[in-house]
Design a protein around this ligand. Sequence first.
Ligand SMILES: Cc1cc2nc3c(=O)[nH]c(=O)nc-3n(C[C@H](O)[C@H](O)[C@H](O)COP(=O)(O)OP(=O)(O)OC[C@H]3O[C@@H](n4cnc5c(N)ncnc54)[C@H](O)[C@@H]3O)c2cc1C
Length: 498
Amino acid sequence: MKKKVLIIGAGISGLTVGNYLQMNGYETEIFEDHSLPGGLCTSWNRGDYTFDGCIHSIGGLNRKFILNKWFKEILPLDEMNFNYYDSLGLVVTPEGEKINLWTEPKKLEEELLRIAPEEHIFIKSLIRDIKALGNIDLMPKKPIELWNPLDYYLRQFISLPFLPYLIKWNKSLENVLSKIKNKNLKYALNLDFFKRFPMFFFVMSIGQLASKNSGYPIGGSYNFAKLFEKKYLSIGGKINYNSRVVKIDTESNIAKSIILKNGNIIKGDIIISASDGYNTIFNLLEGKFVDNKINNLYSKHPMFPSVVMVSLGINKNLSNLPSVITLFQKTPIVVDDKTNVYEIPIQIYNYDSTLAPENKTCVRVILHTHNYQYWKNLKENEKEKYMMEKKRIADSIIKIADDYLGDIKEHIEEIDVVTPVTINKYTSNRFGSIQGWEWLPSVIPELISKKLPKLKNFYLTGQWVMPGGGITGAFITGRDLARIICAKDFKIFKTKKK
Ligand SMILES: Cc1cc2nc3c(=O)[nH]c(=O)nc-3n(C[C@H](O)[C@H](O)[C@H](O)COP(=O)(O)OP(=O)(O)OC[C@H]3O[C@@H](n4cnc5c(N)ncnc54)[C@H](O)[C@@H]3O)c2cc1C
């Protein structure tokens, strides 16, 4: 008889593990709180416009990389269209200096040398490593949990040539920038998203954009997530939407069933949570299966911030503009009572015509914040102020865009503002975190267990078991987990459904 697997969450990770377990002869069923698939990987409609709430870029698009082969086990990658960025954006300093962060290494080198010729040693070394790291594939071929001594031994030979790069760039971008004297070069590289990650990630990301391994899926994030759902349903998977799991029942340290908000109890042989780690461990399982390591992780490890995200639907053709313009301000936007932001990245979706009618354009600005509590307090206790704060931030963004680009304000047809509370409401991610744990500066990201101490027949997957998170993290942890479950059941891992 087939084992029955219950999966909590229809985000990318839940859908991925569901897909692979279906391919391997398990009977799986997903329970999703929301009415839609995708979790954080989403977009939504407002009037004529589709506002994208997620993907700037995902890796795995270049055939040379193993992730490309793995994605194709689920996604029709060859039939999909992607936007490959030729620039990470046009950076405009408060003094008006314009610097284009080209992804093509030679062009980037020329641009950086133009603004900071005295930093030629740093720039040349950076460019050399962007070229090198853009073409390497460090993805382990099988989950570390299944490595044998030979795998560990062989891994040294694969990693050895790249170890110098990993060590050289293991400090955070913020730290590296603190040693650079040239002001414009500092602005150019001071991209908020990358700041606290190891510089290695920044160098590799530009390299992978250049090698066309990373890009944006035309059609947006929700359509991308729908493809995972489509495949899953086509191979017999079952999804229950509007089905919030409120408890995982255990008996003698074995996970036995899930209880839904409507009181239904569903029994399974294996239970997987592909949803928020904290809620799973401390609420659904009532904190009964933790040790010091887990307590430390959840009390000390820094989390990726949440966002205030302003999307604008503009009745104007903006195809003549770069796809990202980052405007550094002399005076910051006050996001909330703990967050001031000087750097305003305006993402102009002129590369995806599916998001707006002809001659209209979607624009998005993401401002990061760790201050979930501020937004939660407002939403719960001062609803009117919450709405006014959203409007205040949208107005500030519109003014900045209008001042720089000119003639924007009168053409705005739709305005949408997402706060950390919105993210939490629709995905249950703790404090509205958009990517789980931060990847702290170190050579290798720490490994977080997909199992909990003493608890049998239960696993975790998704962004909360892979620091750095992201679509790739959600996918890899889901695929790896399916392999781990197959190995435990002495099954050969299959990547097709017969
Ligand atoms: C603004 C933004 C930009 C981003 N940009 C990128 C990018 O450019 N590239 C990239 O790779 N990544 C990006 N990410 C991150 C990426 O979207 C996430 O890391 C990834 O989608 C996480 O997937 P997941 O399946 O692990 O979790 P989630 O997407 O959080 O899915 C969890 C699912 O579980 C459901 N759930 C939660 N609790 C319960 C419950 N009790 N019962 C039932 N269901 C439940 C939720 O509703 C959700 O659907 C971005 C995210 C955001 C928000």
